[in-house]
Design a protein around this ligand. Structure first.
Ligand SMILES: Cc1cc2nc3c(=O)[nH]c(=O)nc-3n(C[C@H](O)[C@H](O)[C@H](O)COP(=O)(O)OP(=O)(O)OC[C@H]3O[C@@H](n4cnc5c(N)ncnc54)[C@H](O)[C@@H]3O)c2cc1C
Length: 298
């Protein structure tokens, strides 16, 4: 049975002041990533804000609702947002929503999809033919295994190893011709695709609130993350910053570029000891890195 809304009266009120589009009237803001990829901001909530303000206004509006005060002057908004970020009052940041359209290689998508708080719709290789589009790093971006980071690479490998790696990639990429041939012979798309390598591109819409976008960025801008997903994260940050500049500034100051000390490290600093009371070598290496950031060590 349909709900009976005949007695419901909707009051449509005009805005209290003129509104402006936080995306300046654009359909999308797009940043190219690598040769074939991109990340595009396609929508924001709030999209319309009082003229002269940004989507930050939705954060302060939510934070102030508890004591019934509306938007104040911009410098007070900045102070409030910075307070919220410092004290991990996270829910006001969830009032800003961002929707992205991305084209990315499947090996990047596998890392990205681990962020569970987003809503995702992905291109279907069961319905549609996957285009002949593969990620292939430039020669200088073929990295050697890092000694310090077991999961990553840093310096470029020598030219011979890079050439061999790129030749190996070119061979697996050639599998797209066989994929197309198998489709032509009537093999179903859902099976033909399973022989394609993980550097083939996929696309998705990815919608997430600002609190969790910051969480994504704090992990995926970090040097421990794989370079390819960091390239997307950097482009994402560039798209978000003009939309919510005050929140982004607070994110840099109190999350991304902040330094967390353990209890053992605080005790070592307070007692003037060179190292925290632990024999864990990884923890000690992390402590040295923190000391360098604090300017306590060369
Ligand atoms: C450098 C790096 C290396 C990694 N290596 C590996 C690896 O080798 N193997 C591997 O499997 N993964 C790996 N990961 C993935 C990692 O373990 C996380 O799954 C991923 O970073 C998502 O983080 P998250 O769960 O905090 O965030 P999200 O899924 O984005 O969630 C955001 C926050 O929401 C909350 N939340 C979400 N879901 C739940 C839930 N079900 N219960 C309670 N709270 C929840 C948590 O507070 C969480 O921090 C790696 C990630 C990075 C950045």
């Amino acid at each position: 049975m349909s709900p009976d809304v005949s007695a419901v009266r909707i009051q449509r009120r005009p805005p209290e002041s003129p509104l402006a589009d936080v995306m300046g009237g654009a359909a999308r803001w797009e940043v190219g990533v690598h040769e074939h990829g991109f990340i595009a901001l396609v929508d924001v909530m709030p999209r319309l804000v009082p003229q002269g303000l940004s989507a930050d206004s939705a954060i302060v509006q939510a934070a102030r609702v508890s004591y019934g005060q509306g938007t104040k002057r911009v410098h007070e908004d900045r102070g409030l947002i910075r307070y919220l970020m410092r004290h991990r009052h996270t829910s006001p940041f969830e009032m800003v929503e961002l929707k992205f359209h991305c084209r990315l290689p499947i090996f990047v998508a596998r890392q990205w999809i681990r962020h569970r708080t987003a809503s995702v719709n992905e291109y279907s290789g069961r319905y549609s033919i996957l285009p002949d589009r593969f990620y292939r790093p430039a020669t200088d971006d073929v990295r050697a295994q890092s000694e310090a980071n077991r999961q990553g690479g840093d310096e470029p490998v020598d030219d011979l190893a890079a050439a061999e790696f790129l030749d190996y990639l070119d061979r697996v990429v050639a599998s797209h011709q066989r994929y197309e041939a198998l489709l032509a012979r009537g093999v179903t798309r859902e099976l033909a695709r399973i022989g394609l390598p993980v550097n083939v591109y996929t696309e998705w819409y990815w919608k997430c609130d600002l609190r969790n976008v910051f969480h994504f960025l704090s992990l995926r801008l970090d040097p421990h993350s794989q370079q390819e997903i960091r390239d997307y994260a950097l482009a994402m940050y560039a798209l978000v910053e003009p939309v919510a500049p005050l929140a982004c500034e607070a994110f840099l100051d109190y999350q991304l570029e902040a330094l967390q000390l353990s209890r053992l490290e605080v005790e070592a600093l307070r007692e003037g000891r060179a190292a925290p009371a632990t024999s864990n070598s990884r923890e000690l290496a992390e402590w040295q890195a923190k000391r360098r950031r604090l300017g306590l060590e060369e």
